[in-house]
Design a binder for this molecule. Sequence first.
Ligand code: NIG
Length: 397
Amino acid sequence: MTPNAHAAAASPTSTVVTGIGELTTNDPGLGILHDAAVVLEADRVAWVGESAAAPSADAAVDVGGRAVLPGWVDSHTHLVFAGDRTAEFEARMAGEPYQAGGIATTVARTRAAGDDALEANLVAHLDEAARQGTTCLETKTGYGLTIADETRSARIAARHADEVTYLGAHLVPQGADAESYVDLVCGDMLDAVAPYAGWADVFCEDGAFDETQSERIVAAAAARGLGVRVHGNQLGEGPGVQLAVRGGAASVDHCTYLTDEDVEALASSATVATLLPACDLSTRQPLAPARRLWDAGATVALASNANPGSSYTTSMAFCVATAVLQMGLSVREAVWAATAGGARALHRDTGDGAVGVVRAGARADLHVLDAPSATHLAYRPGVPLTWAVWRCGERVR
Ligand code: NIG
């Protein structure tokens, strides 16, 4: 993921990981295996099966009965930023409501930062995520809000993150005319950022972009060949979910306040409902209705939403524990949502090099827990359980 993480150890060509007490594959054919082994060859999984039948490889690592999962797929972060919003957090914990306006504070700090500082901050957070088992990560622009600053953010992100999302439509910059800014986001800014981004996003919410503006932004990004996702229904019910589904978005993220019609729309579409429980807690909102979405048949992903304002954590394990302990998902469901669900939201869940799954041909991303089963993620909340991590076949922890 990052130069440091990549350099943590020189990998042999192939490694057999044996002694896996419980292997979560997320592969419908393989399911959950016990006493299993996995062979990693270059950056792919080459073989999955019973430990006793494992082929030999250049190197062997016995994980001593521990649980192994696919690496976390964190499909929603905002990590190209500078500065800190501790004071805003303290005010919130003292009763102030979360308001999107806090974004402007980070925009000012980000614009003032040099390229090296911005990049170093991103790399530090990516390393922090990798050490906790995140092996595939999306990050967004959105703290630049000028052509030059958004392009710079995307260029830096593209050097390190698996997926980059253009979020020029995060907030109308202070002093700008909203309609002229939307013209820019859909025009010259989009043209400048598109070479560095695979996705575009819009914050469709009161105080950010309304339905008509969001619809324009989604259409312009799609016409430019970018995949689309939407921040929707974070601070109240609103048009975000329906807009995302109508626009064929890969995901609609937050989904904290949903009507029955929203749940139904998600259940009958391919748009993933990406839930961000650390953000709901940190902004003192209710937790998103994960159980309701899952039972209705919607595809659910869990992501960290790591950013300095509404959710300053890179811990996917925290999101999983919260989803189980407070949102009604089972451990299996929550782990799926934080791995395969995120992969689906990023359109990386199928084919050669898929992530969020352990099967032959998938990307060689493994997360070993210092625990006998994935259940310990919720049974021992807050305990750092990551024991080893392979990303693209390289041991990064
Ligand atoms: O996903 N909702 C909009 N964007 C971020 C918040 C960013 C911030 O407060 O700096 C989010 O929560």
